[in-house]
Design a protein around this ligand. Structure first.
Ligand SMILES: Nc1ncnc2c1ncn2[C@@H]1O[C@H](COP(=O)(O)OP(=O)(O)OP(=O)(O)O)[C@@H](O)[C@H]1O
Ligand SMILES: [Mg+2]
Length: 333
């Protein structure tokens, strides 16, 4: 079957429970609880959610690695559960972890190995490998062992590895986890380039600015269920901007912030140090006007600026997942 698929990925009513043996004493875990969405051709779709929300489980069900208990998966018009062989030819997956490459081999040797796995004819292999190395910016490092690559280079090699079969759909599970900001930016621009070349991309990330910067549409999941689905602009409409107050102070308002965080009218409050100043974002639960109250409370820290602010994706995320899991930033595994 050929032809363009407006929605290369269609997930409907996905549900997955991990059942533990009785001997383990662990309770069964409902990891994904009825998730439905679709991904448009050439778009970058983001799956966001706290640790354990079910993102990786969802990606596994969309990439033939895990069979859902319920629901259906259509990949490029094919049955994503039954038509495993054909689906695998046309998708690929990169996981944030470190596995999947042969560290004793060079980048080029790795790509040769994976090209052979996909039965790519020997005659075309070297040209393909050169092209992939060029796409991910590793031409110079082609003949260096992967064990000597930096983390950023390894991550780009993972992506090159996933491009070997020229997949129409690319799943990226936390593609920039653990990378320093500059390298992460390179990986993001690579992702954008791939989407620009027509690939459909579904990624997960814990970095809200990354999702805001990259994703055309987003689904936020919490405890296996969708709590928000749409473009960033659409999601932002779910939280009125009169609910966010930003206060910039000279001194660290730590004591006040700690007190505020337990107030019933506050959804979330956090302080960040930016360029020597202290920037506190306060998300209110409802529209009660607290500007003058907060102005008084913060005055002892030397207020440089106070006012309502437009919500960021991070504000929306916090409001939708109820603050669950935002403290750890998602790195505790
Ligand atoms: N193979 C497994 N066996 C048992 N439980 C599992 C298994 N895989 C995942 N789980 C559980 O299912 C839930 C969802 O896990 P999943 O890995 O999909 O979350 P995630 O959203 O990718 O989280 P993270 O942001 O930490 O990567 C978690 O509670 C997890 O512990
Ligand atoms: Mg995960």
């Amino acid at each position: 079957m050929s032809g363009e698929h407006e929605y290369p990925v269609v997930a409907e009513g996905l549900r997955k429970t991990f059942r533990h043996t009785r001997r383990s004493g662990l309770p069964d875990k409902l990891a994904v609880d009825g998730v439905s969405f679709n991904v448009r051709k050439g778009e970058i779709f983001g799956l966001l959610g706290p640790n354990g929300a079910g993102k990786t489980t969802t990606i596994k069900m969309l990439s033939t690695l895990l069979i859902p208990d319920e629901g259906s998966v259509r990949i490029l018009g094919m049955d994503g559960i039954k038509d495993v062989k054909n689906v695998r030819q046309r998708i690929n997956l990169v996981s944030g972890g470190e596995r999947g490459l042969y560290y004793r081999l060079t980048g080029r040797q790795n790509l040769r190995f994976f090209a052979n796995l996909y039965d790519i004819a020997k005659v075309g292999q070297e040209a393909l490998i050169d092209k992939l190395l060029d796409i991910v910016g590793l031409t110079e490092a082609a003949d260096i062992k992967v064990e000597d690559y930096s983390r950023g280079m390894k991550q780009r090699m993972h992506i090159a590895r996933a491009l070997v079969n020229d997949p129409e759909i690319l799943y990226l599970d936390e593609p920039t986890i653990g990378l320093d900001p500059e390298i992460a930016r390179d990986v993001r621009s690579l992702i954008r380039k791939l989407a620009g070349s027509g690939k459909t991309i579904l990624l997960t990330t814990h970095y809200m600015f990354e999702a805001e910067e990259l994703c055309d549409r987003i689904m936020i999941i919490s405890k296996g269920r969708s709590v928000g689905y749409g473009t960033v602009a659409e999601l932002k409409k779910m939280v009125p901007d009169t609910n966010i107050i930003e206060v910039v102070t000279n001194d660290d308002p730590h004591d006040t912030v700690a007190k505020l965080s337990s107030e019933h009218f506050i959804q979330h409050v956090n302080t960040e140090r930016i360029a020597g100043r202290h920037c506190t974002r306060i998300q209110l639960k409802d529209r009660t006007d607290l500007l003058s109250y907060l102005d008084t409370v913060f005055s002892k820290y030397g207020i440089r600026k106070i006012g309502y602010d437009e919500p960021t994706l991070e504000d929306i995320y916090i409001s939708l997942v109820g603050g669950e899991g935002q403290e750890d930033g998602g790195h505790h595994r």
